[in-house]
Ligand binder design. Sequence first.
Ligand code: GMT
Length: 383
Amino acid sequence: MAAPTAPRPEPSSLKLGIVCYPTIGGSGVVATEMAMYAAAQGHEVHLLSYDRPARLAARDNAVRYHNVQVSAYPLFRYPPYDLALATRMLEVQENHGIDVFHVHYAIPHAVSAFLARSMSNGQLRCVTTLHGTDITVVGADPAYGRPTRFAIAQSDAVTAVSEFLACETKKIFGVDTPIEVIPNFVDTARYAPGRAGRYYERDSDERIVVHVSNFRPVKRVADVVRAFAIFQRHVPARLILVGDGPDREHVMAIAADTGVQDRVQHLGPSEATERVLADADLFLLASETESFGLSMLEAMSCGVPCVSTAVGGVQEVLGGVAGSATPFGDLDAMAEAALDLLTDEALHRRVSAAARARAVECFAQDRVAERYFELYRRILAGG
Ligand code: GMT
């Protein structure tokens, strides 16, 4: 955060505090993967959240988890999570001598970090990573905008996961704080083509189309189903929906309305997405806005061509080679792009190889994580 603290000698191994939401959304996934990667590199990593993140629980790792408990007092209609988090950050700072906290998703984490830092007499350093709706949807809400803008400006460093999001942040908040773009990353060894062998029983000509998300309204999963309903008339295909969230029932109702319920299969969020994606022929995303699209990157890393709405930072991820971007809400265009990829074998092979190559060259975990380590060290060196 902004107040000056004495520069410290650069330690080779860092003590990191990572704060995130534990849910299946991309910001929690990126934060948890970063925590596990940093711990595997020999750094001491403390992860703070209100629940143990799913990805952390699933694998053995050296990350130390700190639960943020919010007590419910009858007076509290809305228990103050931001205060409880600030207190937990301060305790972890005092007990473990954290070098840098890295908070993922600005609301309310950046505000809690500001409070913790104020309570620590400026001893606490914090990087804030902006992910998407913390700026474009929630951050733009007048109820949250001013403290979020303030806390972003107070961070020692701010990063955004795409150029689009960095620009939106400046536009929406009018901040002149430098925002470094550090994209999301993927474990290209785990998300790899053909790694899992055949995952689905299927007829030889049946195509598997996958969508992965948190089923929030912004994801427009119903549009994924509607586009699928259009192109499955021309090619035998099955739509696999992975994840869960508020729109799931609505989405399954749309599948019934459009007469494709037998061709749409919903898998819960705990399904190993790397296995599902590795055996897919196409990834579909119909979001209204998407600062990055982490699950799309995971599909690319598995060599799966993607069709997405041309919104937010999606094209920065696709790079014009990993699939098609079609206008938001234009379901015919989306269906046509999908059909092209599913019926032209040479095109599919070419785009599949390009998607994998782009994931490896631009978004591999080790390279991107190194940029965060550099940033932490710059802050510690007082830069
Ligand atoms: O902003 C959200 O909807 C939640 C957030 C999350 O926690 O999943 O998603 C955002 O962050 C992801 C990770 O950086 C990005 O891949 C998503 O594109 C972004 N979502 C939106 O912009 C809608």
